[in-house]
Ligand binder design. Structure first.
Ligand code: UT7
Length: 326
């Protein structure tokens, strides 16, 4: 098996920013409530004529610029998203058309906020076996088009954006030191989009009842999220035979600052070692980890040889954690 490394990162955020103060004018909410309960101050929102695949394209160009590789060097593409362009074909296929990279295999991962970690695991396996050289993994979301803007319990939480990485073979000692993924479908109804699939096809009734939008039992998820992130992160540290002191940077999925802080507290990880972006991007499900990674990479927070810990959780319920030597 060949070791892997992330050779480039990129991200893209739609230019329009919606602040908590803007939301105060649209619904019965306040900057104080959103900040105290979630840590979110603002989020980016895509234009009506932008699709999730457009964000994949933009973040892919940024990741390529960061590596010196060209589009023709990519030999597979994986897109993780909870807000796809269409049910089928995949968002990856729409992005492939726009990027003009025909023939290579491309597909979506449906694992909500854990989708990027699921994608990274698959990409690493493809490269480790030697069957593929450079695999692009992108987490991309336009949540603003699938939230119910009259439900203040959910719409204030999410944002739009994308983050991409390119996974290639490594000559040095970098690589995936440990990884762990899991899921529990018995918790599916805690967070889902009820209508639009075969369980509940679109009808006038589903539209009237706004069943094509995010339905979430926030308080229940909150408890599961902290336990799952802690457990997953501890498992991979044990598997890699590392302690928190060996970790240079922790990049958790960012759904709520209180979840991140509680996880860090239970794991004795200082917030200084934790890269937080939720205040400016909100919860950007599958894009949260890769766009945080890109920002950490570009701002010099990561050096070759650093051990980076990732942990995520999301609808499904799905979860995962990884330790990567950069
Ligand atoms: O990445 C995907 C996974 N999703 C998550 O991880 C979400 C996890 N859950 C959470 O982050 C939190 O549970 C929320 C941020 C969603 C909610 O925070 P909470 O502290 O659990 O609040 P709550 O749902 O218990 O609601 C408390 C109160 C309620 O009012 P009453 O019933 O106490 O009078 C809500 O109606 O806050 C009210 N409320 C709001 N008030 C102002 C709910 N949303 C809002 C709002 N503005 N936007």
């Amino acid at each position: 098996m060949r070791p892997i490394k992330i050779v480039g990162t990129g991200s893209y955020l739609p230019p329009k920013v919606l602040t908590n103060f803007d939301l105060e004018k649209l619904m019965d909410t306040s900057d104080e409530w959103i900040t105290e309960r979630t840590g979110i101050k603002e989020r980016h929102i895509a234009d009506p004529d932008t699709a999730t695949s457009d964000l994949v394209v933009e973040s892919t160009y940024k990741a390529l610029e960061n590596t010196g590789l060209e589009l023709k060097d990519i030999d597979a593409m994986i897109v993780a998203t909870a807000s796809p362009d269409t049910i089928y074909p995949s968002t990856a296929c729409w992005a492939q058309k726009k990027l003009k990279i025909p023939k290579i295999p491309v597909f979506d991962i449906s694992a909500a906020c854990s989708g990027f970690l699921y994608g990274l695991e698959i990409a690493s396996s493809l490269v480790e076996t030697g069957r593929y050289r450079n695999v692009l993994v992108c987490g991309a979301e336009i949540m603003s088009k699938i939230v119910n803007w009259s439900d203040r319990n959910t719409c204030v939480l999410f944002g739009d954006g994308a983050g991409s990485v390119i996974v290639s073979a490594s000559e040095g000692d970098s690589g995936m030191l440990a990884s762990y993924l899991g899921a529990d479908g018995s918790l599916a109804e805690l967070l889902y989009q009820p209508a639009g699939g075969t369980q509940m096809p679109a009808s006038q009734e589903t539209i009237d009842k706004k069943l094509h939008s995010v339905h979430m039992q926030g308080r229940e998820i909150f408890k599961h999220a902290i336990r799952t992130m802690e457990d997953s992160a501890k498992r991979v540290l044990k598997e890699a035979d590392l302690t928190i002191d060996d970790i240079a940077l922790f990049i958790p999925h960012q759904a709520n600052l209180r979840i991140v802080e509680a996880t860090c507290e239970r794991m004795c990880i200082s917030m200084d070692k934790t890269y937080v972006v939720i205040h400016k991007y909100g919860n950007v499900p599958a894009a949260s980890i890769p766009l945080t990674l890109d920002e950490a990479n570009r701002t010099g927070r990561i050096k070759r040889g650093d051990n980076i810990l990732f942990a995520g959780f999301g609808a499904g319920f799905t979860w995962g954690a990884m330790v990567l030597k950069w």
